[in-house]
Structure formats: C-alpha cells, structure tokens
Design a protein around this ligand. Structure first.
Ligand code: LLP
Length: 401
C-alpha cells in the first residue's frame, strides 16, 4: 500500500481523502442482504458524503438520495440520481424550496413539524404543482447510546412530531386536503446497539398498522466500528426487519454505514514533539478537514506507512492554531515516523462533508481507488485563495435608502 499511497500523495499533495470501491460495495451488499426479505427502497444520506462520483456508485446499485439542501440536491443530480429517487429531509423548510423541489418532481419529503405540515397545505392551495409523497417524521422518545449531539429521537430534541400530536396532524392534513403516505423515524446516528433499532422499528411498525399506512421510512443511524470496534449485529437487524416489516414498503436513508469505513483521511507526519507522557505527532492535516474528533471527541483508528515502536502513547494532531485540533486522541501505538503518511480510518462519512476553511486552508482532494487498482481524482484540491472568491464584490450600499 505504501508505494501506491506515496504515488497518489505526490500527484494530489497531502492531505487528501481516499475512498475504496470494494468497501463501499461490501457495505451496500450487507444492507441489501438485511432487507432482502422486504420491499426495500434505499436512499443514501448525502450529508455523509456529497461527492457526485460516489453518489453515482450508489446509483448504480439502485440507491437513491436523501438530501437536505439545494447543494446536496445538485450533487445527487450530478451523480445521475433521478429526482424520482430522492427524499428531502430538513428541519425547517422554506416555501420557496418546497415549491422548487416539488416542481423538480422529487419522490418523498419528511415533514418535521406541525408548522411545516401547514405550509404544505398552503402550497397545495396556492400552487398547481404535484407534491412529493408526504411522510410524517415522528419523535418516538427513545434514548440511544451515542454522542449527545447526534441523538435525535427524544422529547427535548428539535426533530419530529410527538406521538401525542399524530392525531392532530392527521386532522390538519385532512382539513387542508393533503394525503399522508407514511411515517418517518430517525433516532440518531452512530448507534451500534441493535436494541435501540428494535424499539424504533417496532414503534413505527405498530403505529403504521394502527393508522393504516403501508410505507415506512426508517431513517439511518447504523453505527460502524471506530477505535472501540463496536459493531452492529446485522443478523439481529435482519431478524427485526423480517418480522416487523414484511407487509410494508421500507425506505431508508443510510449514510455512515455505507461510506464511513470506505474512506481514509491521508495526512503527512511533519514533526514529532515529545512531552513527558506522549509523542505529539503534528501533521499537515487538521480539524478543518476532519472535524469529528474535535467536535464529538470521536476516536478514529489510524495506521502509518512507517511506524516506529515506542513505549509512550502517541497523539495525532493537525497544524491549526487550536489545542483541540486533534485527529486521533492519545493511543498506545507505534508512532508515525516524521515524513511518513498517516491514514486516519473511518473518515468516509462526515469527513469531507463537514470540512471548512478555518485558518485559511483549502479543501483537500478526494481520490477513488477502484477494485481493479486504478485510482481517479474525484475532486481536485482547492487553490490556496479559493476561500476569498466571494469577497469584495465591489458593491456599495447606501444605508439611508
Ligand atoms: N436521516 C436523517 C433524518 C438524518 O438526520 C441523518 C443524519 C441520516 C438519515 C443519516 O444518518 P447516518 O446513517 O449517517 O447515521 N456529523 C455527525 C453525524 C450527524 C448525522 C446527522 N443526521 C457525525 O460526524 O457523527
């Protein structure tokens, strides 16, 4: 792997993101297998990774797109995904976007609140445009074990409609002439215990029977093994899915599970600085490209092309002006030699998609490694001054008008 990585690094410069086709395919096959006994309509949650080339890989397997914004919508289109295979999620939706996406012919929308339901009623009354299929996102009040920032299914969270308000929603829908197609649920992200999904899936299947819906959108949330190596039990998931969903059409919006382990953030070790307790390996990457460790204290695993044995622990750091600019927290592991390449694992999901221009560094390249060993640049690195592009338009406004 070292010669190949060096070869790519020479061509695109570090840091960069690298994705491996075989891992993507194997995860797609895992998911398709879990749902093989039910009527299944998968979409990929574009927020996890919006690279159009990768979206086209999902599209080749019949996987549609779950998008949030016009940007993610355009990325999905660029990946060849037809609007008839797109689901729109969004915590708050503008009427302008509602009209735009309806005109584009998207397939489904998940309604997040009573206020939003009323807006759809308004749109129907005022515009003669076919609406997408309407799903009601419910908040089932289920506690899950994951970072607090990515739990979404409890009463105190801003997402979805409480179970007590379902009847009100159905009444409003009837009054404004809307037909709802089903319920949607998403209890959080990076969940590796299957019991939480069993609770969520049973709740939504029971409610759907009660209200006579035949479509269910189960969201995403499936966790992957990071440093802790905790894995979701797919056998169990298959048994819940088969027993709970056999009479339904099931939609999903899976992000991390499909792409997380298929991506690495590749950085170069620049300097090893010693403290009494550990070696701090400072790289040319940073939290500007891989924010998860700083934002959620996520612990990704790593490997390097030239590890040197040592007794102390090692911490992999970025080069930004923040003490919290950590890529991998303190770990007892061989230290990358200065000048070697380091692969931060599990970086395919919420890596590039959360990258930013902090400290004025450009966004990095993305590279795709095919099963046959060929590699392709699927996004070029930005120029050093790209973040200045929209500044100083020269327009002046007079505050007296
Ligand atoms: N559906 C909805 C409504 C969502 O909000 C999300 C993720 C997904 C599907 C996909 O979830 P997944 O299968 O990827 O868990 N930035 C965080 C993760 C935020 C997830 C936001 N919503 C992280 O890096 O861990």
């Amino acid at each position: 792997m070292k010669p190949l990585l060096e070869h790519i690094a020479n061509a695109v410069n570090t840091p960069f993101f690298l994705y491996h086709e075989s891992m993507i395919k194997s995860r797609i096959e895992d998911v398709l297998n879990v749902f093989s006994t039910v009527d299944f309509q998968p979409t990929f949650a574009v927020k996890a990774n919006a690279n159009p080339f990768l979206l086209s890989v999902f599209h080749a397997y019949g996987i549609g797109a779950d998008f949030i914004s016009r940007g993610e919508f355009e990325a999905s289109r660029a990946g060849g995904i037809p609007t008839s295979k797109m689901t729109w999620n969004g915590n708050v939706k503008s009427e302008d976007d509602m009209l735009f996406f309806s005109k584009q012919g998207i397939q489904n929308v998940n309604i997040d609140s009573i206020g939003e339901l009323q807006k759809w009623g308004h749109l129907k009354k005022n515009h003669n445009v076919p609406l997408p299929s309407l799903f009601l996102r419910i908040n089932p009040s289920i506690e899950v074990s994951t970072h607090p920032y990515i739990k979404t299914g409890m009463k105190q969270h801003k997402f979805g409609i409480s179970l007590h308000d379902i009847d009100t929603c159905l009444r409003i829908a009837q009054e404004v002439g809307l037909t709802l197609q089903g319920f949607h649920i998403h209890i959080g992200s990076q969940i590796t215990d299957s019991d939480s999904f069993e609770k969520a899936y049973s709740t939504i299947s029971k409610l759907s029977r009660q209200y006579g819906f035949t479509n269910i959108n189960i969201g995403g949330g499936w966790g992957i093994p990071y440093f802790d190596k905790k894995q979701l039990d797919l056998q169990q998931m298959k048994s819940f899915v088969t027993s709970l969903f056999s009479h339904f059409r099931i939609w999903c919006e899976m992000g991390r599970y499909l792409i997380g382990e298929a991506g690495w953030y590749i950085v170069r070790a620049c300097e090893n600085r010693e403290s009494e307790v550990e070696t701090m390996c400072i790289t040319d990457g940073g939290m500007n490209h891989l924010l998860r460790p700083s934002l959620y204290k996520a612990h990704h695993s790593f490997s390097s092309t030239d590890p040197i044995p040592q007794k102390k622990s090692v911490r992999i750091m970025g080069r930004l002006c923040e003490t919290g600019d950590i890529l991998v927290p303190s770990t007892v592991q061989n230290c990358p030699k200065e000048g070697s390449l380091i692969a931060i694992h599990q970086s395919g999901a919420y890596g590039f998609s959360m990258a930013n221009h902090y400290n004025g560094f450009p966004l990095p390249a993305e590279v795709f490694l095919s099963q046959n060993g060929e590699w392709t640049i699927i996004r070029k690195a930005e120029s050093n001054t790209c973040f200045l592009d929209q500044c100083d338009s020269g327009e002046r406004y007079d505050i007296t008008h």
